[in-house]
Design a protein around this ligand. Structure first.
Ligand code: ADP
Ligand code: MG
Length: 254
């Protein structure tokens, strides 16, 4: 049974998509079968693995709203062991449309149930909100991975996020756990970065990954080529960091 990990944080620009894409690719590279599920209407994970979301006939939208089978929406990527559930432009409306459905919180969970056995890991890239799409992701997930950008106001919104996690545990998914908190866009030369690291460690004792993701230009360039950084520049610091994160997660899940 594949483990389902949701990369979530309602703040935009903290590295959810970069992490979902590059962790998925790194786990695939290490021989694990991986499915990347893009639940963000922006579709950055979809384009980030070289898939044009206008091409996909069946998408996450159909899974969430029309009860489509996940197997109908799965697309193979050109990267090792990596499949995709593509986003769709219509997802922007899904948040509202979901509100009218009876199983509005469990559409994704129900759909993934039938294909989980095909994968070792399913990574869900969440949109930057705490609405019904993120609720679906956290309801379906075994764990949440929280990327935090080493910037001013890094901790802002985290209590809201943790309240959402607690609510989902109480209402739908008792076993939801924290996979880890990932420090992204790390620059060890900056005092600010060090301060953020200390604060985050205080807030999440024992939950912060040892691996940190440095701020590097290769990580921001790779999506423009529709490639995880590992395939764009295998020798880059970004590829190394996400490789280390994959190793850390595999070790934690042994
Ligand atoms: P989110 O999905 O949380 O909105 P993204 O992963 O899209 O965040 O990242 C926001 C922006 O920052 C993107 O342009 C991305 O390329 C860039 N970025 C993310 N992580 C890094 C990093 N470690 N170094 C440099 N740029 C990064
Ligand atoms: Mg994103």
């Amino acid at each position: 049974m594949g483990k389902i990990i949701a990369a979530a944080n309602q703040k935009g620009g903290v590295g959810k998509t970069t992490t979902a894409v590059n962790l998925a690719a790194a786990l695939g590279d290490k021989g694990k079968k991986v499915l990347l599920a893009d639940t963000d209407p922006q579709g950055n994970s979809t384009s980030g693995v070289g898939v044009d979301r206008r091409q996909s006939k069946v998408s996450i939208y159909d899974i969430l709203i029309n009860g489509a089978k996940a197997s109908e929406a799965v697309v193979k990527t050109s990267f090792k062991n990596l499949d995709l559930l593509p986003s769709h432009i219509d997802l922007a409306a899904a948040e509202l449309e979901l509100a009218n459905l009876e199983n509005r919180e469990s559409m994704l969970k129900n759909a993934l149930g039938s294909i989980r056995t095909n994968y070792d890991y399913i990574l869900i890239d969440c949109p930057p909100s705490l609405g019904l799409i993120t609720t679906n992701a956290l309801n379906a997930a075994d764990t949440i991975l929280i990327p935090i950008q080493c910037e001013y106001y890094a901790l802002e919104g985290l209590s809201q996020l943790m309240n959402t996690v607690r609510r989902i545990k109480r209402q739908y998914n008792e076993r939801l756990d924290i996979e880890g908190v990932l420090l992204t866009m790390y620059d060890g030369r900056l005092n600010l970065t060090q301060q953020v690291v200390e604060e985050v460690k205080k807030y999440f004792p024992r939950k912060v990954f040892k691996t940190v993701i440095p701020r590097t230009v290769r990580l921001s360039e790779a999506p423009g080529f529709g490639q995880p950084v590992l395939y764009y520049d295998r020798a880059s610091k970004g590829a190394e960091a996400y490789g280390n994160l994959a190793k850390e997660i595999l070790k934690n899940n042994k």
